[in-house]
Design a protein around this ligand. Structure first.
Ligand code: ARG
Length: 574
């Protein structure tokens, strides 16, 4: 049990003994560390309910509070906060336990859920936009964290591999294809075909009709068109996979829109028969008179020409997932503009009798330095592959400058970790709903709240270990196992920060905000640097040295694990 939970249990017992509702026993790390390490506002909340003076209630609770073996005598501050300053010995025991328990103090969830995470989901033959980049990074991190906490996670890449764009792609493929470009850069070539046909169509109604017929032929199963479609999807997927590989991201499932194609017709018929959907001017809609905000916003599931829509596929998907996995929750990591779409789909799902906890994990945009939607210089969507290559190249320049003596291959490996880490971290450190300005200088800086800063903190600890070992003082490069004894204030702060790791991951999942983990790791690296300045490690005497080495070791483990949950790797030197 964490120190925080242990204190909480003591507070609960004291509340019970004072005749106060024990569910008010909430202990948190102190907001003002001058008063203590942990605090509870239980007295203030209870006083309000009892209409009593909060400081009096606090005094009553203190009479029953038995924490002598953990803390100095608790004190009351301000309007009735009870503060705890834990003993050095308590803190030492707690960090030793965190180091020894194998999970760094992170407890698994009590109720294991099956969570489906629908993320990345780019569209074939359409440019991947920055929204897909955010979805990919955010979804992957949430999946890692949920898994780490013991949930059963199914990641599903719902790629857009069946849509109206294929009319244009197939027409373009038949008449305008450049085979060589297709082999070298398939997505770019497919996007070119799409754009070119789109432009030609504009002033040519006859062409528009021809293109539409190509789509109809595909939908009716025409062999030639199906073959072109298959190749286009396979080529795109190959390139997507290369990027996922580079990013170290995998999916359990890749059930794109086409997977649900055959289910759409029967689904709409059934919804009509069950009176969940209605005919409206030749189209089929689901109405939501019971949801005030959506009274005027029906969900269209079949157009009057018989065509199905994005929402129809999502309803079929919802049903399929329900049958196959019986999930407790489904998270859709998709940009904020799709909010209405998901509200409709979720409301329709409830009408279909599905009570799963659906969440739209929305996020804001990435902006260019001009604070407008990020675009390339020629005004096009930023292409993920190019962005990642640039990140790695820029990181390589920095690494080469800092470590000219390292072999080229190692420099490249380090640059890969730094460049990709920087892009991921710059995204994850923001509250997901805020728009943020993309800045190479900021994200690749070794100072401030950046991935390189955190990776560097880890690297610094590893280099201390190497030095200790080469001077015959270390335990090799693994985490030192010597007992940790906390005495100095800088050691205290670092130890307290380490102990927060067990709580922070759970709060990340509460409302799907990896930025809380980023902030935590940044504060951890900061606490480490303060400790490193204040407390000599290798120059100290035996037991102090081995304790400090071990404390640095737990810090490195938490940094590495925390970063890995953001999908970020660490080098051994940089
Ligand atoms: N392909 C869609 C897009 O690019 C995102 C799909 C999100 N997932 C879903 N089940 N609708 O906008």
């Amino acid at each position: 049990m964490s120190l925080q939970s242990e204190l909480q249990q003591h507070v609960a017992a004291a509340l019970r003994a004072s005749g106060i509702d024990e569910s008010l026993a909430v202990v948190t790390p102190s907001t003002d560390t001058r008063f203590g390490d942990f605090q509870t506002n239980a007295a203030m909340v209870a006083a309000k309910a009892l209409k009593r003076n909060p400081r009096e209630v606090a005094a009553l609770i203190l009479e029953h509070l038995q924490v002598v073996d953990l803390c100095e005598s608790p004190t009351v501050a301000g309007a009735g906060f009870i503060n705890f300053k834990v003993l050095d010995t308590t803190l030492s025991d707690a960090v030793n336990a965190v180091r020894n328990n194998g999970h760094l103090g992170v407890e698994s969830v009590k109720k294991r859920k099956t969570i489906i995470i629908d993320f990345s989901s780019p569209n074939v033959a359409k440019p991947m936009h920055v929204g897909h980049i955010r979805s990919t990074i955010l979804g992957d991190s949430l999946a890692r964290i949920a898994r780490h906490l013991g949930h059963q996670v199914v990641t599903d890449n719902h790629i857009g591999d069946w849509g109206t764009q294929f009319g244009k792609v197939i027409y373009g493929w038949k008449h305008l294809l450049n085979r060589e470009s297709l082999e070298q850069a398939p997505i770019a070539e497919l996007v070119r075909l799409y754009r070119e046909v789109n432009a030609l169509e504009e002033n040519d109604p006859a062409l528009k009709e021809t293109v539409r017929l190509e789509l109809v032929k595909l939908q009716q199963g025409d062999a030639e068109n199906l073959e072109i479609w298959k190749q286009a999807v396979a080529l795109s997927w190959k390139e997507f996979e290369r990027l996922y590989g580079l990013l170290d991201i995998t999916f359990d499932e890749r059930l794109g829109e086409s997977f649900y194609n055959d289910a759409l017709g029967p689904l709409v018929d059934r919804l009509l028969a069950e009176k969940i959907a209605q005919l409206s001017e030749g189209a089929v809609c689901i109405f939501f008179p019971e949801v005030p905000a959506m009274e005027e916003k029906p969900c269209l599931i079949r157009k009057s020409d018989g065509g199905f829509l994005y929402a129809t596929t999502d309803l079929a998907t919802l049903e399929y997932r329900e049958q196959r996995w019986k999930p407790d929750a489904v998270w859709y990591v998709t940009g904020a503009p799709q909010q209405l779409h998901f509200e409709q789909v979720f409301a329709a799902g409830r009408k279909m009798g599905i009570s799963t906890d659906f969440r739209h994990i929305a996020f804001g945009s990435i902006l260019g330095e001009d604070r407008k939607m990020m675009k390339t210089r020629s005004g096009e969507n930023v292409e993920l592959g190019g962005l990642l290559n640039e990140a790695i190249e820029r990181a390589l320049a920095v690494v080469g400058e800092k470590n000219p003596e390292l072999p080229k291959a190692e420099q490249e490996e380090i640059a890969r970790l730094i460049g990709l880490g920087a892009v991921k971290y710059a995204d994850l450190m923001q509250h997901r709903l805020t728009d943020y300005v993309f800045s190479w200088e900021k994200m690749l800086s070794f100072q401030g709240n950046t991935a390189p800063y955190l990776q560097n903190a880890y690297v610094r600890i590893r280099s201390i270990f190497r030095k200790a070992t080469s001077e015959g003082m270390g335990e090799g490069t693994s985490t030192p196992q010597a007992p940790i004894t906390i005495t100095d204030p800088a050691e205290r702060s670092l130890a307290l920060q380490i102990l927060k790791f067990g709580e922070v991951l759970h709060s990340v999942l509460e409302d799907q905000r990896p930025n809380l983990l980023c902030l935590y790791l940044y504060e951890l690296a900061d606490a480490f640097h303060r400790f490193y300045e204040a407390c000599p490690i290798l120059k100290s005497e035996d037991s102090v040295r081995s304790s400090r080495l071990a404390l640095a070791g737990v810090t490195a483990d938490v940094l590495k694990t925390g970063l890995s949950l953001l999908g970020i790797g660490v080098p051994e030197r940089m």
